[in-house]
Design a binder for this molecule. Structure first.
Ligand SMILES: [Zn+2]
Length: 342
C-alpha cells in the first residue's frame, strides 16, 4: 500500500485540496481551487449565518476530499490515506479550532477539525495549523530543511507569517499560537499593522509593507520619473518593484534595501531567541533574490551578538510556490505519524 496524506489550505480567496505522498509528490490537486466562503457573505457576522455557511462549506469540502481520493485510487488502487492536514488562518493545533479569523465569515471559535473528522472516522489523523506553521513543516519534510532540527520559516505574502522549528518540532506555545514573528515591533509607534497594532514587522516586510515603502519613497523624493510612480496602489506587486530594480530604478533598489534592513534586524532577534541553523524565506518577495537576501543578511549580521555571527544561513524556500500550501498542510500528517511512532 502506498501511504498518502490529504492537504487542504484554506486561503482568504480559495481553498486548495490535494493528495500528496510521503516524498512530496502531489498525486492530485483540485483545479481550479474551491472557493473559500467570503466575509461579505456574513456582513453582520451573525451566528446563524455563520453556522449555515460553515455547514455548507464542510459538506462541499467533504465531497471534494472524497472525489480527490477516488481520482487517486483510479490511478493507483493501492493507496492508503493516513489523514487530513489543514492549513487555515488563526488555526489552533491543540484544539483543532479556527478562532476569530478576521477574513472569514465565521463567528467565534469553530471546531473545524472535529467537523471534518466526523465525516472521515476511518482516518487516524485530522490536524489543523496555521499556514506559516504548515509551510515550516513542509520545508522540513519535503524541502530545504530536510534533516534540520532547528530553523525558522518566514512566509512573506500579503502578511508576514512564521513557523518556528525547535528540536525537530513546531513551537506551538501554551495556547497554540506561538510564532507570530510578523507582529514583533520593529518601529515604535510606526505604521498601522493589519492586526491593529503599530510598527510591526508585517507592516514593513510583507508584500503590502513593500508597497507602502514604495509610495513613501516616491513622496520623499517627489519622484515622478521612477517607473513605479505610474503604478496605482492596487496594481503594485513585489514583482513590479523587482523588475524596476533590475532596470536600475533607485527607488526600487532602496525599497529592497530598507525592507532588508528591517527584516534582518528582526531576524537577528529570532536568532537570539532560537539559535536556528537557518532561516528560510518563502513567498513573492523572497523571489526578488539578492535584492532582498543581501541587505537582509548584512543587516542580520550587523545586529547579531558576536557569538552568532556568520553561522546562520538565510535561504530561499525549496517548496514550489504553486503547491507549497498543499505540501505544507499534508506534512502535518507525516509529522503526526512520526510522533505517534516515537
Ligand atoms: Zn501586527
Amino acid at each position: 500500500m502506498k501511504k498518502v496524506a490529504i492537504g487542504i489550505d484554506i486561503g482568504g480567496t480559495n481553498t486548495a485540496i490535494g493528495v500528496v505522498d510521503s516524498e512530496g509528490n502531489v498525486l492530485y490537486e483540485r483545479k481550479p481551487q474551491m472557493a473559500t466562503p467570503q466575509k461579505m457573505e456574513n456582513t453582520h457576522m451573525t451566528q446563524a449565518l455563520s453556522d449555515s455557511i460553515m455547514s455548507k462549506y464542510i459538506s462541499s469540502l467533504t465531497s471534494e476530499i472524497k472525489a480527490a481520493i477516488e481520482m487517486v485510487k483510479q490511478i493507483n488502487p493501492e493507496i492508503e490515506v493516513m489523514g487530513i492536514g489543514i492549513g487555515a488562518p488563526n488555526a489552533n493545533y491543540y484544539s483543532g479550532t479556527i478562532e476569530h479569523a478576521a477574513n472569514l465569515p465565521f463567528v467565534g471559535v469553530i471546531n473545524f477539525a472535529s467537523m471534518i473528522e466526523r465525516n472521515f472516522p476511518e482516518f487516524k489523523f485530522v490536524k489543523l495549523t496555521n499556514d506559516a506553521n504548515a509551510a515550516a513543516l513542509g520545508e522540513m519534510i519535503y524541502g530545504g530543511a530536510k534533516g534540520m532540527k532547528n530553523f525558522a520559516m518566514m512566509t512573506i505574502g500579503t502578511g508576514l507569517g512564521s513557523g518556528l522549528i525547535v528540536n525537530g518540532d513546531l513551537v506551538y506555545g501554551a495556547d497554540g499560537f506561538a510564532g507570530e514573528c510578523g507582529h514583533v515591533t520593529v518601529v515604535p509607534d510606526g505604521r498601522v499593522c493589519g492586526c491593529g497594532g503599530r510598527g510591526h514587522l508585517e507592516a514593513y516586510c510583507s508584500a503590502t509593507g513593500i508597497k507602502r515603502t514604495v509610495y513613501e519613497l516616491l513622496a520623499k523624493y517627489n519622484d515622478s520619473e521612477s517607473p513605479l510612480a505610474k503604478i496605482p496602489l492596487n496594481d503594485m506587486t513585489s514583482r513590479i518593484v523587482f523588475d524596476a530594480a533590475e532596470k536600475g530604478d533607485h527607488v526600487a533598489k532602496e525599497v529592497f534595501q530598507i525592507t532588508g534592513d528591517i527584516l534582518g534586524r528582526a531576524l537577528a532577534d529570532t536568532v537570539h531567541y532560537l539559535s536556528p541553523e537557518a532561516i528560510f524565506l518563502f513567498g513573492g518577495a523572497a523571489a526578488a533574490g539578492d535584492y532582498i537576501f543581501k541587505p537582509t543578511k548584512e543587516s542580520m549580521e550587523h545586529y547579531l551578538m558576536p557569538v552568532f555571527r556568520n553561522k546562520v544561513k538565510i535561504l530561499p524556500s525549496q517548496l514550489k510556490e504553486s503547491s507549497a500550501a498543499i505540501l505544507g498542510a499534508s506534512a502535518l500528517i507525516w509529522k503526526e505519524m512520526e510522533k505517534s511512532r516515537s
